[in-house]
Write a protein that binds this ligand. Structure first.
Ligand code: HEM
Length: 404
């Protein structure tokens, strides 16, 4: 069967609701050969297969060991490219060892006080508005403010910093990078290196060790330290990695809960379920739909031998709806006990921001549903982005009701 009979990423029906297609892929073509961005690849969608590939050392993120892809050039964008998601061992292992201590449970829990203040402040700002676009007025504001606070950038700079993100994301995406897009990415990287370099200079020697940037500056106990370029790239990476995913997750969580009124009622009745509700909404509608790997050696997937050099596109959102793993996978159930979903991926690149995201989500859902118990979605079909990887909702009109 031709691959586009099942999987047509540009089809309006797919873009409106991707999950029926993911079901067909899992059931009828768990390894689907197709072409994305002009590149031959295979799409893998069952939970067990996605999980196995992500944990397999033969599945790499660098097609050429140690090399930056030639189309990214040798300018500032290429420096930016040498960041965690684009590196394999041993460079990746070393960077993770230096970065992970910044995200210990104790350090992350220490941020809860100021995260709650930011959330309250943002909810205060919309109280009285009656009707709002949740994406623009809440979901975009909270992660921008949290990210700035995390990396010690003034919140007033958030808009400028985020305006450079699309150009930098382009370098990390699989899309074709035109000479114009590369020049824009080089400019964005140049700006970011100057900006974040300035922040680091102003912070050196002033931060306690329980601060995320303080921990990054401190380095490892054996004396190994991030270089200045690595530090700057890491700060940019934290902004890039946290902003978009959190914006999309907050939107999906509220949308999914309001579209399942018995679940939002259960959360309002028992606010202690907020952490679970956040996790379940991430499973139900993961913000990152696909990640990719290149095979450095042959690997067996769903009974098929994939040769070395195969480009594998892994469906995280599809895996999260796999009935083979999650009973009644298409049902949102905030009391679900199985939390091993794929929204944060798995294996060597498992999201280091996951513990922080859990606190953000828990704090946000508790406060939002307590404050606006009658909130309702006022659009039948919220606007969805066409990006294959980031299937975000671009606008979510809400009537806030009582409490507004
Ligand atoms: C709900 C929110 C979030 C989601 C759904 C999410 C999802 C992901 C996913 C799927 C990956 C793996 C990519 C791959 O395997 O190729 C990842 C990696 C990463 N995330 Fe997150 N993320 C979230 C929030 C954050 C936050 C808050 C931070 C930091 C403050 C962060 C920092 C990172 C970094 C640095 C990586 C790269 C790790 C590596 O390659 O070793 N993320 N994230």
């Amino acid at each position: 069967m031709p691959s586009d009979v099942i999987f047509a990423p540009a089809d309006p029906g797919f873009l409106r609701d991707r999950y029926p297609t993911y079901r067909r892929l899992r059931d009828e073509a768990p390894v689907l050969w197709t072409s994305l961005n002009g590149r031959r690849c295979c799409v893998v969608t069952r939970y067990a297969d996605v999980d196995a590939v992500l944990r397999d050392e033969r599945a790499r993120v660098q097609p050429e060991p140690g090399a930056v892809p030639a189309h990214i050039g040798a300018g500032p964008a290429a420096e930016f490219y040498r960041t965690l998601p684009c590196l394999d061992p041993p460079a990746h292992t070393r960077l993770r060892r230096l970065i992970m201590p910044a995200f210990t449970p104790r350090r992350v829990q220490g941020m809860c006080g100021w995260i709650a203040e930011i959330v309250d402040d943002c909810l205060d700002a919309v109280a009285g508005a009656g009707e709002i676009d949740f994406v623009r007025e809440i979901a975009s504001v909270i992660p921008a403010r949290i990210a700035c606070r995390l990396i010690h950038a003034p919140e007033s700079d958030a808009e400028t910093l985020l305006s450079h993100q699309p150009a930098l994301n382009h370098v990390l995406s699989q899309g074709d990078l035109t000479p114009h897009a590369l020049a824009t990415a080089d400019d964005a990287a140049r700006f970011s290196f100057d900006y974040f370099g300035g922040i680091l200079d102003s912070l050196r020697g002033r931060l306690p060790n329980d601060d995320v940037v303080g921990a990054l500056l401190a380095g490892a106990e054996d004396g190994d330290r991030l270089s200045r370029t690595e530090l700057v790239t890491t700060l940019i990476g934290l902004l890039v990695a946290s902003y978009h995913t959190t914006r999309v997750s907050l939107t999906s969580a509220v949308h999914s809960l309001l579209r399942n009124p018995e679940q939002s009622a259960a959360l309002r009745a028992e606010p202690g379920l907020a952490a679970n509700a956040w996790t379940e909404t991430l499973r139900f509608d993961a913000p990152v739909h696909f990640v990719w790997r290149d095979l450095a050696a042959p690997v067996q997937v769903a009974g098929e031998r994939l040769d070395a050099g195969t480009h594998v596109v892994l469906g995280l959102a599809a895996a999260n709806r796999d009935e083979r793993r999650f009973p009644a996978a298409d049902r949102l159930d905030i009391s679900r006990a199985d939390h091993r979903h794929m929204a944060f991926a798995a294996g060597a690149h498992y999201c280091p921001g996951a513990p922080l995201s859990r606190w953000e989500g828990q704090i946000f859902l508790t406060r939002f549903f307590a404050r606006f118990p009658d909130a309702e979605v006022t659009a039948d079909e919220p606007v969805r982005s066409h990006d294959l990887t980031f299937a975000s909702t671009e606008a979510l009109p809400l009537r806030l009701g009582r409490g507004a």
